[in-house]
Every structure is written in C-alpha cells, then in structure tokens.
Design a protein around this ligand. Structure first.
Ligand SMILES: Cc1cc2nc3c(=O)[nH]c(=O)nc-3n(C[C@H](O)[C@H](O)[C@H](O)COP(=O)(O)OP(=O)(O)OC[C@H]3O[C@@H](n4cnc5c(N)ncnc54)[C@H](O)[C@@H]3O)c2cc1C
Length: 404
C-alpha cells in the first residue's frame, strides 16, 4: 500500500491534520491510521465533553482564536447540540457531545476524501528513500504502507518510539505528570436531583463512613447538552500503593480502567441509596479508554515553555495561538490554573511541530505530544489547540508532497 501523507492517530489533532493535508495536496492519497473504530481520540473514546482553547481569552465575546478547522467543528457542534459557548471564570469553552463529535468527524473525513484505516495499529517505522515505510497491524495480520510524509498525532509520540530514533522524546518525571481521569455517561437522574456542593458533601461523608472508596474524592457530574444525560468524572492517581503512575505501561493503564469502573459503580450504588433524585440513575456508557492527560512528547527544533505561555510570547513563525491557561492537575486537590499576563495568548512556533532529530525528515507532529515543556503541555493539550496544531502539521505535510 502507498500513500502521500500518513497521519498516525485520529484524535482532534489527527483529524484536523488529515483534513488539512488533503486540502493542501489535492488529489494526493492521505491515509488516516487509527486503532479505534472512529475519530476524536480523547474527545470521543474517553468522553471528554468540552472544547477548551477554541476562543481568545479576555473580557470580549467568544471569538475563535485559530480560525479554520476549529471554526468548522465549532459551527457544526453548535448546530448539533444547540448549545453555544459558555464563560467559565475567565475563559470561554464550548460544550461538546462525544457522539456528535464522532458524526461530525465522519462527515469531515468523507468530504475531504481522506482514506481511513480504522482498527489498525502502527507497530514499526523505518526510512524508505525520502519517505517512510510503516508496519501496521490489522485484524488480518501485519502489512506495510509506504508514505512520503508522516504526521504523528498519536498523543503519545508513538512514531518516535516505533522509528527507533534515540533521544527524540521526553517524559515528565513520574510524580509530576498530570493525573489521568475516568469519564463515564449516566442517565435516569431526576431533573431536580442533588448536585454540586451538596452532592460533593455527601460523597465526602460516604468516604468518611467507609462506605465509599477514597478514590471517589473529587468525583463530579456535569449535564451533557442532552436532556437527562450526565457525565461523571473521576480523578485518578494511576498508581498502586508504592508504584509510580506510568501512562505508557499497559499494567498501569489497565489499572486505570478497572479502578475507574470500580469507583463509578460504588459511587452510583451509594448515590442511588442516599441522594435525592438518584434512585433511578444508571450507567449508560463506559469510555473506550480512560483519559490520559500527559505522557511522552517530542523534542522538536523549538520547545515552547510554560513561562513563554504565561508571558504571552509571540513568534515570527508561529503556527497557532495557545489560549488556554496552564491547567495543572498533578495532585488530587483539583485543577490549579495559571493565566497569562494581561490575557495575552502566546504563539506556538513552527519548530514545535518538527522533530529535532535530523534523521526524522518528512515528519510533523501535532496535538498533545508536540515539543513543549511540562508546564506548556498543561495549556497546549486542550482540543481547541490540538485542532490548530493538527491543521498546521497537516498543511505542512500536504504542501511537502504537492511541491514535488
Ligand atoms: C480526563 C481529561 C479531561 C480533559 N478535559 C478537557 C477539556 O475539558 N477540554 C479540552 O479541550 N481538553 C481536555 N482534555 C485534553 C484533551 O482531551 C486531549 O489532550 C486531546 O484530546 C488530545 O488530542 P490528540 O489528538 O493530541 O490525542 P488523542 O486524543 O489521544 O488522540 C490520539 C489518537 O491516536 C490513536 N493512536 C495512538 N497510538 C496509535 C497507534 N500506534 N496506531 C493507531 N492509532 C494510534 C489513539 O487511539 C487516539 O485516537 C482532557 C483530557 C483528559 C484526559
């Protein structure tokens, strides 16, 4: 199999990259490789249900910060849910519904002519003339694809690992990684059911009495844009007593999945028995996988830092604006937000999308694993910014093949 541009991973970044690679290289074959059966990544498979980083910060109205792909997705999402942007403290967000995101992604991919390889996992990569040869695993076995350019939108800098290039990536120290979380869908909660602070107090009481596991601390519920539907979010440590959290270790992510479900079931049983309006509640949806905020990321030609984001530093070659505050979630005490000075968004330089290692030619990077430090990742990981880095990486990969 051959293609011009191969995009690895169909999360918010990979989706944008594939659509914009196809736009930048009309007629070229753009292949999107994804291990799940639909696009959207964390925004669909992990049920993350708010688009952050879409809008400019500040006191003004909700204005899209990085027009293009973000504009199209936001317009279609607002049409689908009927819910517009909402001000949360100092920033605008857009509620999004994962089921609608799947449908919108399907539409955009079909309109752009991108070829899909779902249920396919990338295993290995090596140089192939000026491009790349990838080994992919599908249900029928392992097969090969030759690509002239690659965009790594895997979230975990997978292409760096499978191409065997040393020192291409970095990982934050285990104790400082942003914590993962488990999101599930529920229905049957009465309209006037206990929520907010009263519910939080009840959960704390359940933990004190020993009828709820301590992992339920911080469990919170948010109404989806659909009648009678809620999402529950459980903040997890990811580590067993005495061992560190490692999102790249299958034993550790397996623990995330089982612990998330265990806490969700225990909390629901407790609330059904004790909270007003919860008697008929039931779990209607498990995620395909637990949510991982931070894992391995690329070392690029440029590395954007948290300090630059806080200072609102701009770059002549910037490809997008980072508009979300630094959102730290390293402890179980909830998010700690740090806002840029004067609400000025920072620019993400083009070199953050280009691997530093010279042997990684014709590779671009997008999404939560672009080249940045731990603090900057706390801002750039949000989906609005992933759309923008995906769009830019896709355009560059597409232009690289259409220029020849
Ligand atoms: C609990 C939680 C809450 C969050 N809350 C918000 C929020 O409210 N708003 C917001 O905007 N952002 C939020 N985020 C952050 C945001 O959801 C993610 O950072 C963002 O979606 C990342 O997008 P991505 O495309 O870079 O990566 P991902 O969404 O992780 O997509 C990567 C894709 O690559 C695929 N893939 C990986 N490896 C392979 C392989 N070898 N072969 C084939 N496919 C592969 C994966 O299956 C996946 O679909 C949250 C994250 C978490 C975990």
């Amino acid at each position: 199999m051959r293609c011009e541009v191969l995009v690895l991973g169909a999360g918010s970044a990979g989706l944008a990259a594939a659509v914009h690679a196809a736009k930048a290289a009309p007629g070229a074959e753009v292949l999107l490789v994804e291990r799940h059966g639909y696009a959207g990544g964390m925004g669909t498979a992990s049920l993350v249900h708010t688009f952050c980083g879409l809008y400019l910060p500040g006191d003004g109205p909700a204005v899209i910060a990085n027009p293009g792909f973000a504009t199209v997705v936001a317009e279609r999402m607002i049409r689908a849910t009927g819910a517009g942007p909402v001000k949360m403290g100092k920033v605008w967000v857009l509620p999004q519904h994962p089921a609608e995101f799947v449908r919108i992604a399907d539409e955009l991919l079909k309109e752009s002519g991108v070829k899909l390889l779902y249920h396919t996992e990338a295993l290995r990569a090596e140089r192939d003339g000026e491009g790349w040869k990838l080994e992919l695993a599908g249900r029928g076995g392992i097969f090969t694809v030759h690509a002239r350019a690659v965009v790594d939108a895997s979230g975990d800098a997978v292409f760096a690992a499978i191409s065997g290039v040393a020192m291409a990536t970095t990982v934050t120290d285990a104790g400082s990684l942003q914590r993962p979380a488990y999101i599930f869908g529920l229905r049957g909660v009465a309209e006037d059911a206990e929520m907010g602070l009263k519910l939080a107090g009840r959960l704390v009481d359940g933990m004190r009495r020993g009828v709820l596991p301590n992992g339920a601390l911080g469990l919170h519920f948010r109404a989806s844009a659909r009648a009678g539907e809620f999402f529950g979010t459980i903040d997890l440590s990811g580590a067993e007593e005495g061992s560190a959290y490692d999102p790249l270790d299958p034993r550790c992510v397996s623990l995330l999945e089982s612990t998330g479900r265990e806490i969700a079931c225990a909390a629901l049983d407790f609330l059904k028995a004790e909270a007003e309006g919860w008697a008929e509640a039931y779990i209607a949806q498990w995620p395909v996988r637990a949510g991982v905020r931070e894992s391995r990321r690329w070392i690029g030609r440029q590395v954007i830092t948290g300090e630059e984001i806080l200072a609102g530093v701009r770059h002549a070659d910037e490809i997008a604006l980072a508009t979300w505050p630094l959102e730290f979630r390293e402890t179980n005490r909830g998010p700690k937000l740090r806002y840029p000075e004067g609400d000025q968004p920072a620019g993400i330089p083009a070199g953050c999308l280009v691997p530093a290692a010279a042997e990684l030619e014709r590779v671009w990077v997008a999404g939560r694993c672009i080249s940045c430090d731990h603090a900057a990742q706390a801002s750039i990981r949000v989906m609005g910014t992933c759309f923008a880095t995906g769009q830019a990486a896709g355009e560059r990969a597409g232009e690289s093949v259409s220029a020849e």
